[in-house]
Design a protein around this ligand. Structure first.
Ligand code: AOF
Ligand code: ZN
Length: 378
């Protein structure tokens, strides 16, 4: 092989892996408790790569991505390359392992972005493929793969979901007005972006203060994406969420989980449960608030890999203070709310987020009239 064609092969590997990751990413928010994996079966014809199979993890996490891509390719999978965003599984679950299906299909080469930290696979997937004589190329677009599977990796390694904190901040660093009147801080374009972020997370969480003040629905209301609404989670220590709230009214359609203290009233529990909510109980920390680490552990146990937190200032500050924020998405607006408004982070300056040593800004773009700044744990 000449140096030129080797370089072309590497460029193709990167390009095709980017496509496989994008395929998986489109299913984000729908596959929990499993990761959203993308897979492509590619043949080289007349010196050019041709995609003959595409697959992604299906809703609820099964079937996995690989069987779909292999089925679409059919006999064309023999001798082809499989691009997959995560190491193929090696364990017998409800279905035989993907490694088995890959070997049976006659795939000659597997290119993967990241290894699967799930102890049932963790290296065993690659080993099985290699033992069957398949060439394995690892770590192609590894950073992108780790980002794509951040929820799965965090849940398997640390027993908690990946936490994305979303904040809308006025020009004077405020998050809203006191009392039951949501202030319009950001533009329509930013609101649409927030709804897209909701669709790409497994669950969305707010504190009871925000639920009472804003009476939000916390669904994804983008045209055609209503089915992509995440599980709604409210931290409601004393079960104060009214039965007449929008959250409860929609509990029959989109799951509503209320996290209460062990001491919350049983009659409220029963009434909210009968209205369609699911009540879970956790202990309180030394400060009398719900123990956030325990809340996150509970959500991970229930299968949540990606959690978006939408407010309010008390919850945002508590998560930051406990170093539980993995990613922050801040929509900065040029609206001025004035001195009476609530600070964006209760008891903390905004720089606790914008200059947090654990977080690094990776993106700053205009969204409508606002600026969206994304930072991630380094
Ligand atoms: C793959 N391809 O598309 C996905 C994988 O409960 P099970 O049997 O479905 O297995 C879940 C595990 O499979 C999950 O923890 C993760 O390690 C892996 N996910 N693997 O080969 C896929 N979604
Ligand atoms: Zn699998």
């Amino acid at each position: 092989m000449t140096a030129g064609s080797a370089a072309a092969l590497v460029a193709d590997d990167v390009r095709l892996m980017a496509a496989a990751i994008a395929l998986g990413d489109a299913a984000r928010g729908t596959t929990w408790p499993n990761p959203a994996v993308g897979a492509l079966v590619v043949r080289v014809e007349d010196g050019r790569p041709v995609i003959v199979g595409r697959g992604w993890t299906q809703a609820g996490g099964r079937p996995h991505a690989e069987p779909g891509a292999l089925a679409m390719a059919g006999a064309a999978a023999r001798g082809a390359t499989l691009y997959v965003s995560l190491e193929p599984c090696a364990h017998f679950g409800k279905t035989p392992p993907c490694t088995e299906a890959i070997i049976q299909a006659g795939i000659a080469r597997v290119v993967a972005a990241v290894g699967d930290p799930d102890p049932r696979t963790a290296g065993a997937g690659f080993a099985k493929l290699e033992a069957a004589g398949i060439e394995v190329v690892r770590d192609v677009l590894r950073a992108e793969g780790e980002r794509s599977h951040a929820g799965h990796i965090r849940r398997v390694r640390d027993g908690r979901p990946h936490v994305m904190l979303k904040l809308a901040v006025s020009a004077d660093g405020k998050a809203g007005l006191a009392g039951p009147h949501p202030a319009a801080i950001t533009s329509e374009a930013a609101r649409a972006r927030v709804h897209m972020l909701r669709a790409l997370n497994d669950a969305i969480m707010v504190g009871i203060g925000t639920a009472l003040a804003d009476d939000p629905e916390l669904t994804c209301r983008l045209p055609g994406l209503a089915a992509r609404s995440p599980v709604r989670v409210v931290l409601d220590p004393a079960l104060k969420l009214p039965l007449s709230s929008r959250l409860v009214a929609t509990a029959g359609t989109v799951p509503l989980w209320l996290i209460a203290g062990a001491d919350a009233d049983v009659d409220r529990d029963r009434a909210l449960t009968m209205a369609g909510a699911e009540v879970m109980r956790v202990g309180r920390g030394a400060d009398g608030r719900l123990d956030l680490a325990e809340v996150l552990r509970l959500l991970a146990l229930r299968g949540i890999t990606r959690l978006m937190v939408e407010g309010g200032p008390t919850l945002a500050a508590a998560l930051l203070g406990a170093d539980l924020v993995d990613e922050a998405v801040v929509f900065g607006s040029n609206v001025v709310l004035g001195d009476d408004a609530l600070p964006a982070l209760a008891g903390l300056p905004l720089t606790a987020l914008t200059a947090a040593p654990a977080l690094k800004t990776i993106e700053r773009v205009a969204v409508g009239a606002d600026t969206m700044t994304v930072s991630r744990r380094i």
